[in-house]
Write a protein that binds this ligand. Structure first.
Ligand code: HEC
Length: 109
């Protein structure tokens, strides 16, 4: 019975994640990224300095998780806690979709 419950939950979570990804608005994510995130992470998601992680090509789910964790305080970083606190659920889905849609590029610092 336990196994059955776990697989139902996993299935439901999968459906929810797929729904979220489909609903994300890339254009809105791009706009937010260029207005806010670009200063540190680069408009193309490839930051110019090693202090700021590259976001281009990162998994959508990873980006969503990171932003939610900064917002809740589960992941601690004063800069990103401040940034994430200004993002709604919808913004998080949109920017995550945008950055994950970009091509990851390597840069030498
Ligand atoms: C003032 C600079 C600054 C701005 C603006 C900024 N970030 Fe960050 N971001 C950082 C820093 C510094 C880190 C590394 C924090 C850490 O070590 O956890 C980070 C980390 C992240 C991470 C985790 C990356 C990883 O590899 O784990 C994500 C996702 C992220 N930022 C998304 C965003 C988004 C989306 C925006 C725009 C809404 C944004 N950031 C705006 C500085 C910034």
């Amino acid at each position: 019975m336990k196994y059955i419950n776990a697989s139902i939950i996993a299935f439901a979570a999968g459906v929810l994640l797929a729904g979220t990804a489909a609903a994300a608005d890339l254009a809105a994510g791009k706009q937010k990224a260029e207005q806010v995130c670009a200063a540190c992470h680069g408009a193309n998601g490839v930051s110019a300095v090693a202090d700021f992680p590259k976001l281009a090509g990162q998994y959508n789910e990873y980006l969503i998780r990171a932003l939610k964790d900064y917002k809740s305080g589960a992941r601690k970083n004063p800069i990103m806690a401040d940034q994430a606190s200004k993002l709604g659920e919808r913004d998080i889905d949109d920017v995550a979709a945008y950055f994950s849609s970009l091509q990851a590029l390597s840069t030498k610092y």
